[in-house]
Ligand binder design. Structure first.
Ligand SMILES: Nc1nc2c(c(=O)[nH]1)N[C@H]1C(S)=C(S)[C@@H](COP(=O)(O)OP(=O)(O)OC[C@H]3O[C@@H](n4cnc5c(=O)[nH]c(N)nc54)[C@H](O)[C@@H]3O)O[C@H]1N2
Ligand SMILES: Nc1nc2c(c(=O)[nH]1)N[C@H]1C(S)=C(S)[C@@H](COP(=O)(O)OP(=O)(O)OC[C@H]3O[C@@H](n4cnc5c(=O)[nH]c(N)nc54)[C@H](O)[C@@H]3O)O[C@H]1N2
Ligand code: SF4
Ligand SMILES: [Mo]
Length: 720
């Protein structure tokens, strides 16, 4: 609800830029924001916010933002009407479908899709209407291994336990830098304070990362690890943990295949894996014992362990470690949130994988999606399965997926491409038509996704604050119209009647109505408690959001496996671990190449928000960070330009010498590389940067899940 104060008023809402969903207090009128501050009364963020939230207002006035649909012509993009845009899209997409079949149209959903409830609720309807198997998203350059492990162990890709960070006594963090990223698959605004609180209550934080990050710097211990070797380290932790814990005490009848675990990791002693991981055996042993003995403990892994060649194994082993130490589903451990609106269907998803494959590389589908690393080759390779048309929503895969230059070329050859986005970015510049939705503070919101991963159960409705331009459309309205036009028109009286009922139902469904149903039917909903349970109206009245309490044990209820048990050793992981171990050879290549890793900056948000000067002050962030020992070997000094080369390409950027990096490892942030023809963003020139994904190899994926394996790819660095 908006508290009226003349035209100037205060709106309380959640920031939807990242997973932390911080509560904001916004002082504004219809078209101007006067201030954005953290909301101290938000039950989850309690006043925390980061600099990006303040920049939300810049989206509104940004002259570079698209405000009407545009059509690409020989002389650049020209504005067209919504009706004209939809008519052309309908004609062109049907032409492709009728000539080449439904699969000739591919779809890619980018990251902000999940931060927008209208898109979350209505994009699936369009995809269904398109009947294409070529569905892609940012999931497969991100958290796919989490879903994969959850699917095989807990029966549903979204049954993902999160760290009970506010009560734990020991937190082992691998491949995540939540002090900067504000947490991922762990919605925990103000992570820094929460980590410090662990230490204040006598607990410990240990960070495993090739870089001494801002998170590692505040931890009790930083363990440097060679990129891409975490599965071995985790297997050795398990090896030691199984020696010291009494499984009859930690595991109940809910867990199956317990006996398999010991044999899986019996050969993987800390001494054996140390040669590969670079982690001294003694460190691994001590960490395992601390994990097993802590009052409560949780192992948490994110990007760095998801986007590597053994991402799937890593997340399986993390779930196993949390289980065998007795920490799954226990306060202070790894817990399943109970959000007010459940997005996990009652039926599990087991078996919903590998039902079809990508055309060229034959990578398997997972829960309805193909790995995006296969997208460009399936556009470029001629044949009956070639992708010829493309729809993107809120994405920039040219900058965000491996071998972006190849995708750049592939997009040029498409028959038709429609993008739903507010900018002409490195990807959408290839679109025939761009449809710009309302964005940021102009839309209302309820976080369907990130409450599912929140470290406390809360619910909050965010009303729109600013007035959209006349004629502007929300994402969901765009999806609805596209869905209508992509649904095969029925003929004959019967279907036509049914069609009119369907159309009436479609007109009735809006995000708010669907949200109200979700809230009412959820665990705190009015369906169960008519007098006090949640409805959208009641939620709107609680302007700061409602606190539904700390996480509570939810097993076996949260499971979606058919036997209602947790499978600790699904065959697929056991066999893959054995294959990985038997393929282990020379641990570190001694050819002078480097292992490449990525990083994030507090003032960045993947590839966008780069044309708000508020966030882009200061010197270039797109640098190659390198250890002083390596810099000396290559006679490099701070600021020297280098070229970075891999199988797929070469980029040039300045060096930043930093002893935070372990020797042999270099780091580049993603989301840069804005100096491309046709991109209209006015990114300050020192921030145009280059794209790490122009050297990331799309052929290197986690063989288990198909997720991009960014971490640890080998690159050659030379002085320019
Ligand atoms: N400021 C800011 N915040 C963001 C974003 C942003 O762009 N900017 N993006 C948001 C999104 S979409 C996401 S998914 C989250 C991601 O949030 P995080 O998962 O915290 O991601 P990163 O900050 O990239 O941290 C990954 C860490 O893994 C380390 N690493 C790399 N390779 C390896 C390896 O092989 N092993 C180990 N153990 N570590 C490794 C890196 O050094 C880095 O410190 O952040 C979100 N928040
Ligand atoms: N090498 C490497 N590559 C990476 C990563 C990495 O760590 N290393 N991180 C990966 C991760 S975790 C992610 S999530 C991806 C992100 O990659 P993508 O999801 O492909 O792209 P984004 O950079 O998030 O771009 C989002 C686009 O959405 C638009 N947008 C913003 N809000 C809205 C809206 O409300 N509606 C619509 N329709 N559009 C909107 C923006 O203008 C922008 O163009 O990148 C991945 N790529
Ligand atoms: S951490 Fe920053 S960007 Fe993320 S939700 Fe909070 S204020 Fe927004
Ligand atoms: Mo992400």
């Amino acid at each position: 609800m908006t508290l009226k104060n003349g035209t100037r008023r205060t709106t309380f809402r959640s920031c939807n830029l990242c997973e932390a969903i911080c509560g904001l207090t916004i002082d504004h009128d219809d078209t101007t924001v006067f201030s954005i501050r953290g909301d101290p009364d938000d039950p989850l963020s309690q006043g925390y916010l980061c600099p990006k939230a303040v920049a939300l207002q810049d989206l509104y006035a940004d002259p570079d933002r698209l405000r009407t649909p545009v059509l690409r012509t020989d002389s650049g993009f020209v504005p067209i009407s919504w009706d004209d845009a939809f008519d052309r899209i309908e004609r062109e997409l049907w032409k492709v479908r009728d000539t080449h079949g439904n699969d000739a149209v591919a779809v890619y959903l980018g990251n902000p899709t999940v931060h927008n409830y209208g898109a979350m609720l209505f994009a699936p309807k369009l995809i269904k209407a398109l009947r294409t198997k070529n569905r892609f998203s940012a999931t497969s350059v991100d958290q796919l291994p989490h879903h994969f492990a959850a699917h095989h162990m807990f029966g549903h890709g979204l049954c993902i336990p999160v760290p009970d960070i506010d009560r734990t006594h020991f937190m082992l963090i691998l491949g995540a830098n939540p002090v900067v990223s504000n947490g991922s698959l762990m919605t925990a605004p103000g992570v820094k304070r929460r980590l410090q609180a662990i230490q204040q209550r006598g607990g410990q934080v240990v960070v495993v990362d090739p870089k001494r990050t801002q998170t590692a710097a505040l931890a009790d211990e930083h363990i440097a690890i060679r990129p891409g070797t975490d599965a071995l380290f985790l297997a050795s932790l398990l090896h030691v943990v199984l020696e010291v814990v009494d499984l009859s005490q930690t595991l109940g009848p809910l867990f199956k295949n317990v006996s398999m675990l010991k044999s899986c990791v019996s050969a993987l002693t800390p001494e054996f894996t140390a040669t590969h991981t670079g982690v001294p055996a003694e460190t691994t042993r001590q960490t395992a014992v601390a994990l097993a003995e802590a009052t409560s403990a949780v192992v948490y892994g994110r990007m760095g362990v998801s986007t590597q060649a053994n991402g799937g194994l890593c997340h399986w082993l993390i779930n196993v470690l949390n289980s065998v130490t007795g920490n799954l589903d226990r306060p202070g451990g790894h817990m399943f949130p109970a959000p007010a609106v459940s997005v996990v269907s009652q039926r599990g998803t087991l078996g919903k994988s590998g039902r079809w494959h990508s055309a060229v590389r034959q990578l398997p589908e997972f829960e309805g999606e193909l790995p995006v690393s296969a997208l460009a080759e399936d556009m470029l390779t001629t044949g009956p399965k070639q992708i010829r048309a493309f729809i993107t929503n809120a994405g920039n895969p040219v900058l965000s997926t491996p071998n972006g230059r190849q995708l750049d070329r592939a997009l040029e050859g498409l028959d038709f491409f429609v993008a739903i986005d507010i900018y002409v970015n490195e990807t959408t510049r290839h679109a025939n038509i761009i449809l710009p939705p309302t964005a940021g503070l102009e839309t209302d919101h309820y976080d369907l996704v990130f409450n599912t991963f929140a470290v406390r159960n809360v619910a909050k409705y965010s009303p729109a604050a600013l007035k959209p331009a006349a004629g502007a459309r929300h994402d969901y309205q765009i999806f609805k119209e596209l869905t209508r036009r992509m649904t095969r028109r029925a003929s004959g009286i019967g279907p036509r009647l049914k069609g009119s009922v369907r159309r009436a139902a479609e007109a009735w469904t809006t995000p708010q109505r669907l949200l109200n149903i979700g809230l009412m039917q959820g665990p705190y909903g009015a369906s169960k408690k008519p007098k006090s349970g949640l409805t959208l109206r009641r939620l709107k009245r609680a302007v700061h959001g409602v606190d539904l309490g700390p996480l509570t044990p939810r097993l076996p209820g949260a499971l979606r496996t058919r036997d209602h048990k947790v499978d600790l050793a699904p065959d697929i992981f056991v066999q893959h671990l054995a294959a990985v171990v038997s393929a282990l050879t020379e641990p570190v290549p001694s050819d002078g190449t480097f292992a490449l890793i990525g990083r994030r900056d507090l003032r960045d948000n993947n590839s966008w928000m780069h044309n708000t000067t508020r966030l882009m002050r200061g010197k270039t962030r797109c640098t190659l960070q390198m250890n002083p020992v390596d810099a000396e070997r290559l006679a490099l000094e701070n600021g020297d330009d280098v070229s970075v080369r891999s199988r797929v390409g070469t980029i040039e950027l300045p060096v930043e010498v930093s002893d935070a990096l372990m020797p042999g490892v270099v780091s580049i942030p993603h989301g840069y590389g804005h100096n491309r023809r046709g991109v209209t963003l006015k990114v300050a020139s020192q921030h145009a940067g280059v794209s790490i994904n122009d050297v990331q190899d799309e052929q290197i994926v986690d063989p288990l899940t198909g997720n991009a394996a960014f971490s640890g790819q080998r690159v050659t660095v030379s002085r320019l």
